[in-house]
Write a protein that binds this ligand. Structure first.
Ligand SMILES: [Zn+2]
Ligand SMILES: [Zn+2]
Length: 773
């Protein structure tokens, strides 16, 4: 097999040669900090160590990689790295299925996936990448847990979890089968109450809301992630007012989105999680029912207003017009307004209408017959003011449980001492290491049964103590998983206090762009909360707005025949197979070409074939132009030699012949204009991560180039020197613009066209060259 560029497009040879060159020159190493230079941290999503890179990953990383390469091509300092999200249930289940320990499983998966991603030519800085289940990494989770605990942003409370009696284990919601049975033994699943650790996001929900307008104004937050943040917030505008209890006592603050209909209020609904719910349900029988409701499966049951539990407390408050209103407790409030209390206005609210009918509460239907859902934003006019309401906002987003009763996760750095109670592990004793010889079976929590782990000494009194055996949900790991890539690998072993004081964080944060799947809204919302907490706690105080991502793009899924790909449906596309057959460049180009990032990509082989054909044409056209240029040079050299030998006047291309009148200059000018326009359009597309449009603009340029050649040859038998030059110039621009999408073939052609390799990336057209290797 020859290593010489041939006129045939052979992606396998080209791609392995380019990848070897990148490794050789350490092309994607994160550049050192330079004070004056802007630093761009382009944040890809953190893949689960699922074992295989799927076509959805290829889409995600092709977008992020194209952007990272584009910014490098313009001379920017770029950080492009990620951590594998290695804890959690999928890894645990994978390990069970594979008959190995989870740590062995995730390391095996990470190695395999790294190989796959490398073969695709993604420009990750592997030195900065990591696996979140390494102790030196998950101590970030533990440090964060303690920092948030100190700040009062983590608390211990009681929550409901799914529980299987046969397996003696808690179940994640994905382990509960649709009929409410256990995934493992198919036995019934109950909801039980367990003490849990909660993250108090409610402290920052309002700021996340207020900062959203700034995100939108930045112009680099795409509409999809912006919308996702609104959805997670669940903001409802309305009015609130205080109602006095009949028989005395502290007033109850109630909210309603129906500001103009206060007079139609017929009851009050209080969330079971409302801080005063127990007080309102103080009657022993009512309180029993409330406890039953809290532990008895309302999260399992339908959330529909028709079936959701409603408890009449027997108590009343004085309503806005002076009539007495019954006080009811129901979780129906939470899913609409968060853990608050609301006015029930059945004439104007469909849910309230259903509740009123169930409880036999009488009301008059509105004249327009229009009981509506939550409209929000009703103007709080004079009528409202007269009834005592004032504008108010409620959010559905609320504190959530971060602990899990499972073994494959970050150990929670807490010990329980009979003398001192709940004691946080001192930070200098981190990490609390997870034993690596755990073999989960799906039943119980093996960590809780491992006495060597459980038994410890109390850090405060030195007496015997027991470790917390719950672990942190991997959603908690995701809160920090994007930060450590900012830190040079050689600092990774330092104390977290030292790491957080590094100048690197100030330079790389906030991340210039997050590129992630459209299902990342919750992660991003909670990451935005935690950076605000860390700003106030101290380590990220330089982030004034507390925002982790200056810009954000969410892309949709890759589907097949309009359906999600799954093994079950047999419609999975295997990237490895495609790469082996067509080369990485074709696969990367196809996922970018086939759809806008914001649209679902409906997989079709025709996009692959089209892109493969295009690359073949680029290759052949460029090789032909290079051959013409060489022939020209040789011809010139020969011409000069002959001319000099015969002593005739005239060197160079015209020789002694009568100069041919050039009738193609306007075509060259036109070609050069097309190149300029293509560069301009593609640059704008790349800045906006509109890869789909960028690829099409570059493809169009090839058509223009071929058109130019055809038109010249229609006028004269040969291209001639000036046109060959124009042709190679245009093809050089084409190769430069292809660099971010199809980096292997692009760099190969760039070099073949007589240019030097650059350390990071072929420069973008119009960018003055940086130092070549
Ligand atoms: Zn079970
Ligand atoms: Zn103690």
């Amino acid at each position: 097999m020859s290593d010489e560029p041939s006129n045939r497009y052979e992606p396998q040879i080209i791609e392995s040669r380019r990848q070897a060159a990148w490794r050789e020159r350490d092309a994607f190493k994160t550049p050192p900090l330079i004070e004056e230079q802007p630093h761009l941290y382009i944040k890809p999503s953190a893949p689960f160590t699922s074992g295989n890179v799927h076509i959805g990953h290829v889409r995600s990383y092709s977008i992020g990689d194209a952007y990272a390469r584009f910014r490098r091509a313009r001379g920017d300092a770029v950080l492009f790295a990620f951590g594998y999200d290695a804890f959690g249930l999928p890894a645990e289940l994978g390990a069970i299925a594979g008959g190995v320990s989870p740590s062995e499983w995730v390391n095996r998966c990470a190695t395999h996936m790294t190989g796959q991603l490398d073969r695709l030519g993604f420009s990750f800085d592997w030195e900065r990448s990591f696996v979140s289940s390494d102790a030196v990494m998950y101590r970030w989770s533990q440090w964060l847990f303690l920092a948030l605990l100190d700040a009062g942003l983590i608390y211990h409370g009681t929550g409901n979890v799914d529980w299987c009696d046969n397996c003696e284990t808690t179940l994640a919601s994905i382990q509960v089968e649709p009929g409410g049975t256990c995934w493992r033994c198919h036995g019934p699943v109950r909801l039980i109450q367990l003490p849990q650790w909660y993250l108090r996001i409610s402290a920052y929900v309002k700021e996340n809301d207020e900062r959203l307008a700034e995100r939108a104004a930045s112009g680099i937050w795409d509409e999809v992630p912006l919308a996702s943040q609104e959805i997670v917030l669940g903001r409802v505008d309305g009015v609130e007012l205080e109602l006095a209890p009949v028989g005395g006592g502290a007033p109850l603050m109630v909210f309603t989105p129906h500001a103009n209909a206060l007079a139609d209020a017929r009851f009050v609904l209080v969330s079971a999680r409302h801080p005063d719910a127990d007080e309102w349900a103080s009657d022993p029988e009512v309180h029993d029912r409330l406890e039953q409701l809290r532990s008895g499966g309302w999260e399992r049951s339908s959330r529909e207003a028709e079936t959701i539990p409603v408890i009449d407390t027997g108590r009343r408050v004085v309503g806005p017009t002076g009539t007495e209103l019954p006080v009811l407790v129901s979780p129906v409030v939470d899913s609409r307004f968060g853990p608050t209390a609301v006015l029930g206005i059945p004439a104007h609210d469909r849910t309230d209408e259903v509740v009123a009918e169930r409880l036999g509460i009488e009301f008059e239907r509105a004249a327009d017959g229009g009981a509506e859902g939550v409209e929000g934003g009703d103007d709080s006019g004079s009528g409202t003011a007269a009834l005592g309401g004032r504008p108010a906002v409620r959010y559905r987003a609320f504190d959530f449980v971060v602990s899990r009763q499972r073994s494959w996760g970050t150990p929670i750095p807490i010990v329980y001492c009979s003398r001192c109670g709940t004691v946080p592990v001192p930070r200098e004793q981190l990490p609390v290491e997870l034993p690596l010889d755990i073999h989960p079976t799906g039943a119980g929590n093996p960590l809780a049964e491992m006495e060597s782990f459980v038994q410890t000494t109390c850090p405060t009194c030195g007496g015997p103590a027991r470790r917390e055996t719950d672990t942190l949900d991997c959603h908690f790991d995701a809160l920090w998983l994007w930060i450590p890539a900012c830190v040079p690998a050689e600092s990774r072993e330092d104390s977290l206090e030292e790491i957080l004081a590094l100048a690197d964080l100030r330079h790389w944060l906030p991340s210039e762009r997050l590129v992630a799947g459209s299902d990342s809204g919750n992660f991003v919302f909670d990451q935005r909360i935690v950076t605000k907490a860390l700003r106030d706690i101290g380590p990220l105080e330089f982030l004034e707005d507390g925002e982790p991502f200056a810009g954000c793009l969410f892309h949709e899924m890759v589907v097949s025949d309009g359906r999600k790909m799954s093994k079950h449906l047999g419609n999975v596309v295997d990237p490895d197979e495609l790469v082996a057959r067509y080369g990485a460049d074709t696969v990367r180009l196809a996922v970018l070409y086939a759809a806008r990032p914001q649209k679902s990509l409906n997989w079709s082989d025709s996009a692959v074939l089209h892109c493969n054909r295009f690359l073949k044409q680029v290759w052949e056209t460029t090789q032909r132009a290079i051959a013409l240029a060489r022939a020209q040079e040789l011809g010139n050299a020969a011409g000069v030699a002959v001319g000099a030998a015969s002593g005739e006047n005239g060197a160079g291309e015209t020789g002694s012949a009568e100069p041919v009148r050039d009738t193609t200059e306007h075509l060259r000018l036109k070609l050069s204009g097309w190149c300029d326009a293509a560069v301009q359009r593609t640059t704008t597309d790349m800045e906006g991560l509109e890869m789909h449009s960028a690829v099409r603009n570059v493809m169009r340029l090839l058509d223009r180039i071929k058109d130019f050649e055809k038109k010249v040859l229609a006028r004269q038998p040969e291209l001639g020197a000036a046109n060959v030059q124009a042709l190679t110039d245009a093809l050089t621009v084409l190769a430069q613009m292809l660099g971010p999408f199809v980096p292997h073939i692009a760099e190969e052609l760039w070099v073949a066209l007589g240019n030097d390799e650059h350390v990071t990336q072929t420069p973008w057209p119009g960018v003055s060259s940086t130092v070549p290797v």
